[in-house]
Design a protein around this ligand. Structure first.
Ligand code: PBG
Ligand code: ZN
Length: 340
């Protein structure tokens, strides 16, 4: 009797054989729970001041700094494979203590946004909003001295972030993405945008951004490493998970439309928690430069498969709960997915 029950109610081996549904590619395709698609991808682009520039970034093989006049080459695959969005980072000609190049009317990002919107009106343009690429000290906000100890001044930074966001919106950005981890940044930006009538420009907040060794190659790419100190007084501590729920809840309350977790591959548990905590809110995850560099280095050595390894990592990020994945593999993976 007991055996009969088992057979009907919770059948186990040999009645149940999970290998049955793995036996051919069609079945596997039919029952796959999580599948990465081109619609999930955002491609980062580094925009360099000047002309005729396509500088390879040594620590990020296959990634380049582009001047606006050479952008077509970068945009070609993005357009061909219908990648929905790009996110832009700038390398300006001049840096100063407040990062004023970030909100110059003819700034590198403003020019790039205008150019992209002219060429590809349907491509969504996300503009990263932060000071570190534009400040001479390389911090994400205004630096003040108190008792010989440098401080990043939160409240003095907020109006500058709002100014950047409005300037990018004016140039045609669809989405602004504040990445500096200043308290109140989302509220300051939402207020600034609304006062300038950019009520439809969305905010993707880097809400849970950790202080991470994984940003090293990006700082080479943007020449934006801090000249002194580090970012631990504003970016999150790697040991904290529950704090990510406070950060994301606050940013939502301030008016964030979408939330980001960053890095992605090393913080899959955080993506999962944030998605569970805020169902219905689009969650982005940034597969960052160091995470890309690790894979690229192993691939270059022939130790990992150039197609399967990135696809597996990005699928894991989606499976953890990310709706949007920002990745330097966007073009490569889009090409792979389109070829299936
Ligand atoms: C700047 C910014 C960083 C990244 C995105 N925006 C670097 C940092 O905070 O030091 C990292 C992206 C990457 O590593 O790919 N606030
Ligand atoms: Zn920054």
């Amino acid at each position: 009797m007991k055996n009969a029950m088992n057979k009907t109610m919770s059948a186990s081996y040999p009645t149940t054989r999970l290998r049955r549904l793995r036996s051919n590619p069609q079945l596997r395709r039919l029952i796959r729970e999580t599948e990465l698609t081109i619609n999930d991808l955002v491609a980062p682009l580094f925009i360099h001041h000047g002309n005729n520039i396509k500088n390879p970034i040594t620590s990020m093989p296959e990634q380049y700094q582009w001047s606006v006049d050479r952008l077509d080459e970068a945009l070609q695959e993005i357009a061909e494979y219908h990648i929905p969005a790009v996110i832009l980072f700038g390398i300006p000609a001049h840096k100063d203590p407040i990062g004023s190049a970030a909100f110059a009317d003819n700034g590198v990002i403003q020019q790039a946004i205008q150019y992209i919107k002219q060429q590809l009106p349907e491509l969504l343009v996300i503009a990263d909003v932060c000071c570190c690429e534009y400040t001479d000290h390389g911090h994400c906000g205004i630096v003040s001295d108190s008792n010989e100890q440098f401080q990043v001044d939160n409240d003095q930074t907020l109006p500058l972030l709002a100014k950047q966001a409005v300037s990018f919106a004016q140039a045609g950005a669809d989405i602004v993405a504040p990445s500096g981890m200043m308290d109140g940044m989302v509220q300051a930006i939402r207020t600034g945008l609304d006062e300038a009538s950019y009520t439809n420009v969305a905010i993707l907040s880097y809400a849970a951004k950790y202080s991470s060794a994984m940003y090293g190659p990006f700082r080479d790419a943007t020449q934006g490493a801090p000249q002194f100190g580090d970012r631990q007084s504003y970016q999150m501590d790697m040991g904290n998970a529950a704090e990510a729920l406070r950060e994301t809840a606050l940013d939502l309350a301030e008016g964030a439309d979408m939330l980001m977790v960053k890095p992605a591959h090393t913080y899959l548990d955080i993506i999962w928690r944030v998605k569970q905590a805020h169902p219905g809110v689009p969650i982005a995850a940034y597969h960052v430069s160091g995470e890309y560099a690790m894979l690229q280095a192993a691939i270059a050595k022939g130790w990992l498969d150039a197609e399967r390894a990135p696809l597996e990592v990005l699928t894991a990020i989606k499976r953890a709960g990310a709706d949007i994945i920002i990745t330097y593999y966007a073009s490569q993976v889009a090409k792979q997915l389109a070829g299936r």
